[in-house]
Design a binder for this molecule. Structure first.
Ligand code: CP
Ligand code: NVA
Length: 309
């Protein structure tokens, strides 16, 4: 088995393409074992601390249930209830938690904070979403594409909407695995240029492609996978109304997806804002795989935990 013991997972680029493949392979094995009712206590006796500075449904439940199914234990720590909320530093929090647990998952705002935590923790740190990246989500997305399309290399994935954390991780993860990633955003909401530059370099290595555009139809044309995400991420609530007006032409609806391949799949990391970035007819329609995608959070994160902790 690939040895990732002790490693952090702060960005999707923390895993080489071979390591990504190993995580996805183990995820499929563990998914089969779980469905067959076969025990797989790969984290027996181990504990995971989960620090949340933002809300969560899927990340919290999938990590907690995942640790349980692996024979370990997960602790939900609301950042506001920790001494962190009263001024204890992230570094000291990392040092203290490292004496109790075997891994730390954190959902927060700044990518720098996850890196700071990892610098001072002596156990693996996992990024459960920052403003910059959402790497666990993209592991689940890669598994979902693989299950429905049979391969990653050469698959065209169109991301339509905000150039946010999910777009960032999809660009990097897709480029590393040889996918053709087209991102359509309104002007002013494109993914970070340096990150795009990095993704482009990855695409050169893998034979993938990166395309950035303001034209949603062009991005979706002949796509195998159509993805969107909220127009106002956690922390951007005050911008919601302005964003809805700007992003309206980027809604994933019947008119847009008729430009995709007939056998396209629709993905969304969830939570969805129905009637904003996606219509009911699409998210509830026959091409939507959003519940498979949500379930896959469990399987990929179990693989990650089994390999890292
Ligand atoms: N997709 C995702 O991370 O969902 P939660 O915010 O519910 O964890
Ligand atoms: N981009 C969204 C993802 C939620 C899982 C956010 O950061 O709020």
């Amino acid at each position: 088995m690939t040895d990732l013991k002790g490693r952090d997972f702060l960005s999707i680029l923390d895993l080489s393409v071979e390591e990504l493949e190993a995580v996805l392979k183990l995820a499929r094995d563990l998914k089969n074992k779980q469905k067959a009712g076969e025990a797989h206590p790969l984290c027996a006796g181990k504990a995971l601390a989960m620090i949340f500075q933002k809300p969560s449904t899927r990340t919290r439940v999938s990590f907690e249930v995942g640790m349980f199914q692996l024979g370990g234990h997960a602790l939900y720590l609301n950042a506001g209830d920790l001494q962190l909320g009263r001024g204890e530093t992230l570094a000291d929090t990392a040092r203290a938690l490292s004496r109790f647990v075997d891994g730390i998952m954190i959902r927060t705002f700044e990518q720098f904070d996850v890196e700071e935590l990892a610098r001072h923790a002596t156990v693996p740190v996992i990024n459960g979403l920052t403003d910059w990246e959402h790497p666990c989500q993209v592991l689940a997305d890669l598994l979902t594409v693989l299950e429905h399309k049979g391969r990653l290399a050469g698959i065209k994935l169109a991301y339509v909407g905000d150039g946010n954390n999910v777009a960032h991780s999809l660009l990097l993860g897709g480029a590393r695995t040889g996918m053709r990633i087209a991102v359509a955003t309104p002007p002013g909401y494109a993914p970070d240029p340096e990150l795009v530059h990095r993704a482009a370099a990855e695409a050169v290595q893998s034979g993938g492609e990166i395309e950035l555009t303001a034209d949603p139809v062009g991005a979706v044309r002949d796509a195998d996978v159509v993805v969107t995400d909220t127009w106002a991420s956690m922390g951007q609530e005050a911008e919601h109304d302005t964003r809805v007006a700007v992003f309206r032409p980027y809604q994933v609806n019947e008119a847009l997806v008729k430009h995709a391949r007939p056998d396209y799949i629709f993905m969304h990391c969830l939570p969805a804002h129905r009637g904003e970035e996606v219509t009911d007819e699409i998210i509830d329609g026959p091409r939507s795989v959003v519940w498979d995608e949500a379930e896959n959070r469990l399987h990929v994160q179990k693989a990650l935990l089994a390999l890292l902790l």
